[in-house]
Design a protein around this ligand. Structure first.
Ligand code: PEP
Ligand code: MG
Length: 575
């Protein structure tokens, strides 16, 4: 049966491939139906994986080193007990038989049920034991999925797979960077959620907010993802398929054509230069940054190196990551944002579920100032990397000037600690702030006095101005960069900063939106930071822009009092 689902477009392009269903709990676990006559074989497969995991634990116990901590044996015993418990040893078999589902899926379903019960336990020690259940289950899963793990699926096969999930966290998404999937679709999520941002950074078609994709699509069904329109076609008929294949190859040619602009300097028709920088999450992203010909890294979301792990990265590990990026840019600017953890990017074990209102909670700079030792570690690592390139520090989520003052004091302290160690760093390192809370935009001069540069985070600025949770697809239709309040704050920040001689950039998703390039240019923006995959098209738009014309039209957009008029003026800007 063929059908079409509509969601929110996250990342453009067209991809055609086969559905691969994944759960948030275990990314590489597929869900598929087992034929009636294969059910007992599936139960057998589960049982032998369980035995294998138990045997592995036994072997590990036999080889415990003499100097190993005494808890290690207790820990292995605990995992063995977990795997012996009927909740994990028997219930999945019932699920396989009753629902004719594959073994991995049955096991993960049962694990999630158990883990949810742990969340309700008050005793913190017992609550923590949920991690042991997850680890024990992972051991079984590793054996189960071993033969068909995605890592072994091969690149060609991966490119034909489209990940279908109910929900994916930004931490899940970052793991996908290791793979080469053809596209992503999820049931929930807003277009500027960090999950969507990471999907966009992968440069492959993606759609969020499809509501029923995970329930209605089966493993291996043929899908067309139109990431520009937010349309997902399931089991397309041959005519539709041929049409999309044609469009797909046209888009491929277009991408190749744009690549030729790599070394062309970005400037408007009258020769006004514009700086085009790249946003990255991990040092591995630098290959695309260099391929896109970015003039700098405008936003290194450093928190992504803190995700998907049980410990915090130490100073040396962070230093290496930051230095790699600084060196790759060979003297061009690298704006390193300090840890913006919290909200939808939770460090392991610090689930947003337990925080009443995570986007407004102890996030970003607030979290860092509450954990000064952890913050100092990061600041030292950044300072050390500044010896290897033009590194700048960017502070997220500023609302109060005392947050800047306290951070500047910590930077002085970090510098002093490095002086004592005799470690080199850039003594004149610049410190900038993100303008992403309306309070900071409205009280801009007091921030400008303390900072060397500003960067407008439009994703959060829109979230906090319009009171819409950027991760919630139920309010995603209210996300509107053209809302007069948003435009007033963005335009006011650009104008006030420029007049005051403080460099200002936009590093939120607005900077990579082709529909908004001329508007932002007209409002005075000269530094855009975006995903590397968006950079060539934005550059081409800039090269074709008459600045005087767009300046006049942009002022009219600012004054427009009717959304229809705004749309009409925007269409004229982009004509
Ligand atoms: C923003 O808020 O616009 C921004 C760039 O930061 P992040 O998306 O990481 O919150
Ligand atoms: Mg932000």
């Amino acid at each position: 049966m063929n059908f079409v689902l509509h969601g929110h477009a996250v990342s453009g392009g067209i991809t055609i491939g086969y559905a691969h269903l994944v759960t948030t709990a275990r990314l590489e676990v597929a869900h598929y139906e087992i034929a009636q006559d294969a059910v007992e074989a599936e139960v057998q497969r589960f049982e032998s994986a369980l035995h294998h995991a138990r045997d592995e634990l036994g072997l590990l116990k036999q080889h415990i080193a003499a100097d190993a901590p005494p808890e290690l044996e207790a820990f292995l015993n605990l995992h063995r007990m977990i795997l012996d418990d009927s909740a994990l040893a028997e219930v999945p078999k019932e699920l396989i038989r009753n629902r004719r589902t594959n073994a991995e899926w049955a096991l993960v379903q049962q694990m999630e049920k158990l883990v949810a019960r742990f969340d309700e336990i008050e005793d913190p020690y017992l609550r923590e034991r949920k991690a042991d259940v997850q680890q024990a289950v992972e051991r079984v899963l590793k054996t189960l999925t071993g033969a068909h793990s995605l890592a072994e699926a091969g690149l060609a096969q991966e490119r034909q797979m489209i990940v279908v999930a109910h929900d994916l966290s930004p931490a899940d998404m970052i793991l996908f960077k290791r793979h080469h999937f053809g596209g992503f679709v999820t049931d929930v999520g807003g277009v500027t959620s960090h999950t969507a941002i990471v999907a966009r950074s992968l440069g492959i078609p993606a759609i969020v907010g499809l509501h029923h994709a995970f329930q209605t699509i089966s493993e291996h069904e043929l899908l067309i993802v139109d990431g520009a329109q937010g349309v997902l076609i399931v089991n397309p008929d041959p005519v539709v398929l041929a049409e999309y294949r044609l469009r797909q190859s046209q888009l491929g040619l277009e991408r190749e054509r744009l690549k030729r602009l790599k070394s062309t300097p970005a400037a408007t028709l009258d020769g006004t230069p514009v700086e085009l920088y790249a946003n990255i999450e991990l040092p591995e992203d630098m290959r695309e940054v260099l391929e896109a010909g970015a003039a700098g890294v405008g936003l290194f979301r450093s928190e992504f190196i803190f995700l998907n792990r049980d410990d915090l990265p130490g100073e040396d590990e962070q230093f290496e990551a930051y230095r790699n990026v600084a060196q790759a840019m060979e003297g061009r600017p690298v704006v390193l944002r300090t840890l913006d953890i919290g909200a939808d990017k939770a460090i392991n074990g610090d689930g947003a579920g337990s925080i009443p209102n995570p986007a407004m909670g102890l996030r970003a700079i607030r979290f860092c100032l509450a954990e000064p030792q952890m913050f100092l570690t990061q600041l030292r690592a950044i300072l050390r990397a500044s010896h290897y390139g033009k590194v700048k520090i960017l502070l997220p989520m500023l609302a109060h000037v005392h947050e800047v003052d306290q951070t500047l004091a910590l930077i002085r302290q970090a510098k002093q600690q490095l002086d004592e160690r005799g470690e080199p760093y850039d003594h004149a390192i610049e410190v900038g702030g993100m303008i992403e809370i309306p309070a900071a935009a409205l009280a801009l001069p007091i921030f400008m006095r303390r900072l060397n540069f500003l960067s407008i985070g439009t994703n959060d600025l829109i979230q906090y101005t319009l009171a819409i949770d950027r991760t919630d697809d139920a309010v995603a239709h209210l996300y509107d960069p053209l809302h007069p309040a948003v435009l007033t704050l963005v335009a006011g920040t650009i104008q006030t900063a420029t007049r005051g001689g403080v460099p200002v950039a936009v590093c939120g998703e607005m900077a990579g939106d082709l529909q908004l390039t001329r508007l932002l240019l007209g409002l005075g923006l000269r530094n855009f930071s975006m995903h590397p995959s968006q950079l060539p098209a934005i550059k081409e738009r800039i090269l074709r822009t008459n600045l005087a014309e767009v300046q006049a039209l942009a002022q009219r957009v600012l004054r427009a009092s009717d959304p229809l008029k705004t749309k009409e003026l925007l269409a004229r800007l982009n004509a």
